[in-house]
Write a protein that binds this ligand. Structure first.
Ligand SMILES: *Cc1c(COP(=O)(O)O)cnc(C)c1O
Length: 455
């Protein structure tokens, strides 16, 4: 038997699922029983094999996993999702997912409200890529010949999506803090024909925040659309420990034309949960289609009528709804405090790295993502060493990430040869609330492996 207190996976809550399933089953008690037979032994055999196979993973759920953007779904999200699996609703149309479509509308309205929108058009998607695709597709419907622009540090998906949509795309250089360079944007605007500016609020590599107030001023003059890609950073709207400059961006996020946020990144959801929101309800007209077989029972708006995807998992909406019920999207609430504590962890670890001569750091973290490089005789030697430290940390069960970043993000110390334009550095996303309590442990391992690895 596994010692309850010594285990790493949260398992106790499964008892609640059993009771909740009984309740759900009661809801259908008027039906003639039609239980589907199942062979327990065969199920068990396969499931045990699956458990064996799944051991081959990094421990994403553990605080010493501090690498990529991965965090476990909240138990309530897992349970509600599983509960919905017995129904397997389809949120394309109200017929296929009656309760879960309603739950999607409520949950999405709460996300829109977090950004300051009481009226909006929006829905869940399979992820941030699909959500951004819808936003750029709508942008293209407004202005088919207008260019889409995003910074070089924007997610790679924007240039690819633009190609899929056959929209012109241009990338804008970044400043030394990974933000869109406004002067470079102005030059491009003066050449004309910019349809949409994608502002990344929380870049995937470094958590940098594009200067939205400047973009809003430029919009007055040039009249482009502003799409906010806050797939990663959107929920930090609720955090109260941001820098004043970053807080000022979140303050005005409601002035954008569209917003993307990923509940499967910082919203405690299983994968398969992105969200796109439009400020202008009338964009619904672009989605109009005529599907003869999907709508039968209701004259109400079907989510499938405002989504490019047809079938979508109702379970996703159920998981999200349950999570927001338990942890409402409120400033000062438990959910917001969790984000704040990840950010505190990032600031604390960054301070330790900054104070240590074995490492070089760059601008302070805007969110909960940090990156640093080993101090070495040249940029290429530093990159080489970062790869070694990454592997050495893994040996000690600290899971970090590597990132390729422009060298100009760093202030290179005197004597460090800039023999490359990009540097492979170490990166850590401290996105679990528990990370705050593990900073010393994480630092000890970084410290040890740096000591063990000669320059
Ligand atoms: C993760 C991310 C995306 C892509 O979202 P997926 O959910 O992985 O498809 C897009 N933009 C940003 C800023 C992201 O961080």
């Amino acid at each position: 038997m596994v010692d309850q207190h010594a285990r790493n996976l949260e398992i106790d809550s499964l008892q609640i699922l059993r009771e909740a399933l009984n309740k759900l089953d009661n809801g259908f008690s008027a039906l003639k029983p039609a239980a589907i037979p199942s062979d327990h032994q065969a199920l068990e055999n396969v499931l045990f094999e699956v458990a064996e196979r799944l051991k081959d993973n990094y421990p994403y759920f553990h605080p010493l996993y501090a690498g990529q953007m991965l965090k476990p779904p909240h138990p309530v999200a897992r349970l509600a999702y599983m509960l919905a699996m017995w129904i397997n609703p389809n949120n394309h149309a109200l017929d296929g997912g009656k309760a879960s479509s309603q739950m999607e509308k409520e949950a999405v309205a709460e996300i829109a409200k977090m950004f300051g929108w009481d009226t909006f058009l929006g829905h869940l998607t399979s992820g941030g890529t699909m959500a951004n695709l819808e936003a750029l597709w709508v942008a293209g419907q407004f202005n088919p010949s207008g260019k889409i622009v995003a910074s070089k540090q924007a997610h790679y998906t924007h240039s690819r999506i633009s190609a899929v949509l056959k929209l012109d795309f241009a990338s804008i250089p970044n400043d030394r803090r990974g933000r869109m360079d406004i002067d470079a944007l102005k030059k491009l605007l003066d050449l004309g024909n910019i349809g949409t500016v994608v502002a990344t609020v929380g870049t995937t590599a470094t958590g940098s925040i594009d200067p939205l107030p400047d973009l809003l001023n430029l919009r007055e003059k040039y009249g482009f659309r502003i799409h906010i890609d806050s797939a990663y950073g959107g929920y930090f709207k609720l955090a109260d420990n941001l820098s004043p400059e970053t807080a000022a961006v979140y303050e005005r996020i409601n002035e954008a034309d569209s917003i993307v946020v990923d509940p499967h990144k910082h919203g405690l959801q299983p994968y398969g949960c992105g969200c796109v929101l439009f400020r202008d309800l009338s964009v619904g007209r672009f989605y109009k289609h005529d599907s003869p077989y999907t709508y039968f029972s209701s004259t109400e708006l079907h989510l499938g009528e405002i989504s490019l995807e047809c079938s979508r998992a109702g379970a996703t909406a159920v998981g999200l709804w349950a999570t927001q019920k338990l942890l409402p999207l409120e400033k000062g609430g438990e959910f917001a405090l969790g984000l704040q504590s990840g950010r505190e962890a990032a600031l604390a670890l960054w301070e330790k790295l900054r104070a240590d001569k074995r490492f070089i750091t760059a601008f302070p973290p805007e969110l909960d993502i940090i990156f640093w490089a080993p101090h070495a005789k040249s940029v290429s030697a530093s990159s080489e060493m970062a790869r070694k430290l990454f592997a050495a940390a893994e040996e000690k069960q600290l899971y970090l990430a590597l990132a390729n970043l422009p060298v100009e993000f760093f202030d290179l110390p005197a004597g460090m040869q800039p023999d490359s334009d990009t540097i492979t550095c170490l990166r850590s996303v401290l996105m679990k609330p528990e990370h705050r309590a593990w900073v010393d442990e994480i630092w000890n391992i970084i410290d040890q492996v740096a000591g063990d690895t000669p320059a």
